[in-house]
Design a protein around this ligand. Structure first.
Ligand code: MN
Ligand code: MN
Length: 464
């Protein structure tokens, strides 16, 4: 090899670049492929926070986790879990060090943008039966038209019985759809700003077109739809007022690209971090620090409610856990380290002008460490300290995990937030880490298998 000149030597010493993992050989590609099979299944089996929680509980039980019992002092290596209202799950592996040395929190959210049914959703108009919806989270409404939808959720009947609904996922099950205009008649609609391409009150879902056969019925199309819903699930119109029903894309996770290097699926924000965190939790058997893996929800609407992280649901669990050891939760928090594990926007060559390329994250460059989120001058951001960045970067570099740095788009282009602020409020050192995503919040989001796999590796390194 030719001798390096001074400039090359100095460049090596002073400059830094994050590599493209795919250029580092094919071994990782194969391992990532294998890892992501379980991930795709996880996405298909958990399209709502409840389904995802139930599926995660099965995985944890299989891995030897038992339900947390208050007052117990669990020994190092013991594994417990706790479910909050069927929508959050917390998985704990007791570490070698005492709780008061701090724990390793890894928190991902398992809710995703979607269309919720209104409390009085069923109606008919001009001989078609419909559901009225109220969208949940930040969606680009026009993307949700003419895409097949499935119905998920729970209904509490008058007698207190809970009915679980899942319709439209299996190949032979009916699906649902929002209509949009044909190009021939959309000249006026085309003049609307894109954010009103479809308006909120136009997100009406077609659920039927056959009438109930009785001339005396005033709304036979609505009645027929309700009759069929009653046949399926034994529910009536009044039951929708005791229900949480979510309409989600009826698509399965699949490989994207000739090389199958990418995954296309609904709800990858943020179940991609949930799955990778869960697998890391299961695979790290004897952690130094107690690992606390949390699936939270309501993140897409700001984390309110008693299943969102702005509430005290996690603090209460931690207090219960501390009880068995006679420890104080606040002593645990101030020594803890937390990954707010959430996705970031991958650089998109087609829409390059919203990104600042030197500080954007790229597909196939690994999990992205996001020091701060926020908008309009870091407003509302946790903004991790230099010390926190040091600790998390060290975890990854010690284990030779590829990772990258990134922020969410150009300054003043937009912005966003995560649960990091709520962990900061608890006096826990926190930073965001997660998978770069293309078309985030769309009915069909795109990630790279290498990034998913390296996020799992980063979480393992964090827990080790
Ligand atoms: Mn997210
Ligand atoms: Mn999101």
């Amino acid at each position: 090899m030719a001798k390096k000149n001074e400039g090359e030597k100095l460049s090596e010493k002073l400059l830094f670049n994050f590599p493209n993992i795919a250029k580092k050989g094919t071994k990782d590609v194969k391992e990532a492929e294998r890892f992501c099979r379980g991930y795709k299944e996880f996405l298909d089996l958990g399209k709502t926070e409840r389904e995802c929680t139930a599926h995660a509980e099965q995985i944890l039980k299989k891995a030897g986790y038992t339900e947390f019992e208050r007052g117990n002092a669990y020994a190092a290596g013991e594994r417990i879990y706790s479910v909050n209202r069927g929508k959050n799950i917390i998985a704990v592996t007791i570490g070698q060090k005492p709780l008061t040395d701090g724990v390793r929190f890894n928190i991902a959210h398992i809710d995703s943008p979607r269309l919720d049914l209104k409390p009085n959703p069923v109606y008919e108009q001009d001989e078609l039966a419909y559901f009225k919806t109220h969208y949940y989270g930040g969606i680009r409404k026009y993307q949700w038209g003419v895409t097949p939808l499935a119905m998920h959720g729970v209904v509490m009947l008058k007698n207190g019985k809970k009915v679980e609904i899942s319709l439209g996922e299996k190949d032979d099950e009916p699906k649902f759809v929002i209509s949009d205009l044909l190009p021939h008649l959309s000249a006026k609609q085309n003049e609307r700003p894109l954010r009103e391409g479809l308006k909120g009150e136009e997100l009406n879902i077609i659920i039927g077109s056959l009438p109930y056969q009785d001339e005396s019925v005033k709304e036979p199309f609505k009645l027929m739809a309700l009759k069929l819903l009653n046949d399926y699930y034994g529910i009536t119109e009044a039951d929708f007022m005791r229900a949480e029903i979510e309409m989600v894309p009826a698509v399965k996770a699949c490989d994207i690209g000739l090389d199958r290097s990418l995954i296309g699926a609904y709800g990858q924000d943020d179940r991609v971090c949930a799955y990778t965190a869960l697998m890391a939790a299961v695979d790290v058997k004897k952690p130094e620090y107690t690992t606390v893996t949390v699936f939270t929800e309501k993140e897409e609407v700001g984390s309110p409610g008693n299943t969102g992280l702005a509430s005290q649901c996690l603090e209460h669990f931690m207090e219960d856990l501390c009880e068995g050891y006679g420890a104080r939760a606040r002593d645990v928090y101030r020594n803890s380290l937390c990954l707010s594990s959430d996705v970031n926007a991958a650089y998109d060559p087609t829409f390059s002008d919203v990104f600042e390329k030197r500080n954007a994250c790229f597909l196939n460059h690994g999990p992205v460490l996001t020091k701060y989120t926020g908008a309009r001058g870091k407003n509302g951001s946790n903004d991790a300290s230099a010390e926190t960045m040091y600790r998390v970067i060290k975890c990854m570099e010690d284990e030779k995990v590829f990772w990258q740095i990134g922020e969410l788009g150009k300054v003043d282009e937009g912005g966003g937030g995560t649960i990091a602020v709520f962990m900061g409020n608890m006096n826990v050192d926190t930073v965001d880490l997660g998978v770069p995503v293309l078309a985030m919040h769309a009915p069909f989001e795109i990630t790279s298998k290498l990034d998913v796999y390296y996020t799992y590796k980063a979480f393992k390194a964090f827990y080790k």
